[in-house]
Ligand binder design. Structure first.
Ligand code: DP6
Length: 359
């Protein structure tokens, strides 16, 4: 599919009734990371993620015929008006207007809340933007009754990507690939696709315990972060490595090789952070407690031969990933050894989910 396939050609919006739509969409955690993008939110490399379940955003989009020429929208987050969220949403609306021309005819009220604390340091843009994209698609579906489910979800992912790259992986499926990769059927730079191949039972019901090391606002915004990859001396090598890691992880997901999974996922996390340390300006986003947790995980893994591993986003929090059948042992380890390194002892127990749901 090309970008043109996502431009709505209907020009008659008279059948649009002013109702509202609500979607609940999950966050996701990347195994092979997206870090570096081209113009129009096109990723420099393919990424793959587990869809989460407990960490989600619930968004309602209300719309009504616009009252004046300029059009308007308001955003309420957890019941409070949030004007500081507006610029990001305004950019999103501007970017998607070409594909959803009906947007210019309406005023909108967005009401959103997260299942996780906003200040927890968990990126909410993936779940937030995917929820909004799905609400917009619900409006569009009411205009084009013949729309297939396949098109609905592809375009939702396409729109979500224009809000935030990783958001396109929070629409549908438990394991999602974004980026055109020669070995992944139907994969695209324009939207995320459900990982199409066989997945070994070892990877069903995987758990993600999120250890909240630093609950503050992000130190480096993702926009700035991705820009660090422009003119980065190791960028091209990194992008090549990610493509190779996708090929490897595809085989690992099929064979169920947990040791190889641990190796690739941890290496990806550390590579992401090493790209930030070797860019200019440079950043260290891990905190001392991030390293303490990593060392504890390595020690525990060596002692028990269990298959837990860590991954990191662009921040200090640690995602602890492990298979379902190791949950008792890992949970006791978390409580006895790791929560002491979490801010206010806070952590979130999450697991693989299935994608967004209309409410
Ligand atoms: C480190 O999706 O937040 O979490 O496209 O600028 O909104 P924008 O970036 P964003 O970047 C996420 C980066 C990451 C890795 C990943 O999720 O793949």
């Amino acid at each position: 599919m090309t970008e043109k396939d996502f431009i709505l050609t209907t020009t008659d919006f008279s059948t649009l009734n002013a109702v509202n739509y609500t979607w609940k969409t999950p966050s996701n955690i990347a195994l092979v990371k997206y870090w570096g993008k081209k113009e129009h939110q096109i990723p420099e490399n393919t990424s793959i993620s587990f869809t989460l379940d407990a960490c989600f955003t619930l968004t309602t989009l209300e719309f009504s015929k616009k009252q004046n020429e300029s059009g308007n929208f308001e955003i309420y987050f957890e019941g409070e008006k949030k004007d500081d969220f507006k610029p990001k949403i305004a950019t999103f609306f501007e970017r998607i207007e070409k594909y959803c021309p009906f947007l210019t005819e309406y005023d909108f009220v967005i009401r959103s809340r997260n299942s996780f604390p906003h200040s927890s340091g968990i990126a909410s843009s993936a779940s937030g933007m995917s929820a909004l994209a799905l609400c917009v698609m619900s409006i569009e579906r009411s205009l084009s009754t013949e729309m297939t489910d396949d098109y609905f979800y592809k375009k939702a992912s396409f729109l979500a990507r224009l809000g935030s790259g990783s958001a396109c992986r929070s629409i549908k499926g438990s394991i999602v690939v974004w980026g055109n990769h020669k070995e992944i059927n139907e994969s695209s730079n324009l939207f995320g696709v459900e990982f199409p191949d066989e997945v070994h039972s070892n990877f069903k019901n995987f758990h993600d315990t999120i250890l909240l090391v630093d609950e503050g606002e992000k130190q480096v915004s993702s926009t700035l972060g991705h820009e660090l990859m422009f003119n980065h001396p190791y960028a091209q090598e990194r992008f090549n490595q990610a493509e190779e890691n996708i090929s490897k992880i595809k085989e690992i997901l099929k064979s169920g090789d947990l040791k190889a999974f641990v190796n690739i996922v941890e290496s990806e996390a550390l590579t992401l952070h090493s790209m930030m340390m070797t860019s200019n300006p440079y950043f260290i986003l891990m905190k001392p407690n991030t390293l303490k947790i990593i060392n504890k995980i390595w020690k525990f893994r060596k002692e028990t031969n269990l298959n837990l591993c860590f991954t990191l986003d662009a921040g200090a929090n640690v995602h602890l990933l492990y298979p379902e059948n190791e949950k008792e042992a890992v949970n006791s380890f978390v409580v006895s050894e790791l929560i002491q390194y979490c801010q206010n002892n806070h952590y979130i127990c999450d697991r693989i989910g299935f994608g967004a749901k209309q409410v």
